[in-house]
Design a protein around this ligand. Structure first.
Ligand code: CP
Length: 311
């Protein structure tokens, strides 16, 4: 019997997914082959996907493009610098005009929270949120879950600390949604100025703490976050030296963690701030595996959206 249609036309965030939806994405990604032995197909040979990245990206943009090519889609990478956005064309007009060229899907990254949700009220094509300000980054959380499941064989029951600039992190929000939905024990760890108390009402089951060293010995994984200077975080921490003293993951601190614990980071890394280069290169660092797993995860998301009941 063929699988039922995927129940979502867009992927705007993890918040609206069920645990069944999430496992369906993870399972399909797994069936698409190891990153070192990719499978190529032509399932999207008649589809046009436009990548609309209005904020910088290395990992997400590249792996979406690879995923789209492996599925045989036609792709266009929108170049904002040479576009009529520079003449003042609105984002909505830009998106409507791109859709009019025949786009079946747009992958959008924007610095403002809610932009993909706003566009979804005006466009008929599939939309994937590739990161909207400090709101959500759903494919990052999915590839993080994939990485955790590959390493530990499960997600339920794992103790995961998300450490750093929680206030500005879309990765923290998408991971908090995903990991709590799948039954992991989540700790959100940051200096008080980077840890909004209202997050506790969104995820009552999560632990909010500013004391990394207290919870350190009990965690299975640490997802380290970048200090987002471009979003003004520097003004919210006393000094870099003090941040490093209490929140940096380094060899001395990691020696007090479980021997089986792993380190993750969505990138880009501020070496010497939230993480040392030594630990970036440690065998217990899964950081480059996360990047590799981004490709099958994005292939799975794209394929499932095109197999949605609304398609
Ligand atoms: N993880 C991530 O979103 O990285 P990029 O900003 O390079 O895409």
């Amino acid at each position: 019997m063929p699988p039922p249609p995927f129940p979502h036309h867009h992927l705007l965030g993890i918040e609206s997914l069920t645990s069944e939806d999430i496992y369906r994405i993870l399972d399909l990604a797994k069936s698409l082959g190891a990153p070192s032995e990719p499978k190529f197909s032509h399932v999207l040979k008649d589809r046009l996907i436009i990548n609309l990245f209005l904020e910088g990206s290395t990992r997400t943009r590249t792996s979406f493009e690879i995923a789209e090519r492996r599925l045989g889609a036609h792709i266009v990478n929108f170049d904002v610098e040479s576009s009529s956005s520079k003449k003042g064309e609105t984002l909505l007009d830009t998106a409507l005009n791109l859709e009019a060229t025949g786009a079946d899907m747009m992958v959008i990254r924007h610095s403002a929270p809610g932009v993909p949700h706003f566009l979804s009220r005006h466009l008929g094509c599939h939309l994937i949120n590739a990161g909207d300000g400090s709101h959500e980054h759903p494919t990052q959380a999915l590839l993080d879950a994939y990485t955790l499941r590959e390493h530990f064989g499960k997600i339920e029951g794992l103790r995961i600390a998300i450490v750093g600039d929680i206030r500005n992190s879309r990765v923290a929000r998408s991971n908090a949604w995903l990991l709590t939905k799948l039954g992991a024990h989540v700790s959100l760890v940051a200096p008080p100025t980077l840890l909004p108390k209202e997050l506790q009402t969104i995820w009552p089951e999560a632990q909010l703490t500013s004391d990394l060293d207290r919870i350190l010995p009990h965690q299975d994984a640490f997802i380290m976050l970048r200090i987002q200077t471009e979003r003004g975080t520097n003004t919210l921490i006393p000094t870099r030296k003090e941040y490093v003293e209490f929140y940096q993951m380094n060899s001395e601190r990691f020696a007090r963690a479980l021997k089986t614990a792993v380190i993750m980071h969505p990138g880009p890394v501020n070496h010497g701030v939230e993480l040392t280069s030594e630990l970036f290169n440690d065998p217990r660092s899964l950081i480059l595996k996360q990047v590799a797993f981004g490709v099958p995860i994005r292939m799975a998301v794209i394929q499932l959206l095109f197999a949605s009941r609304t398609n």
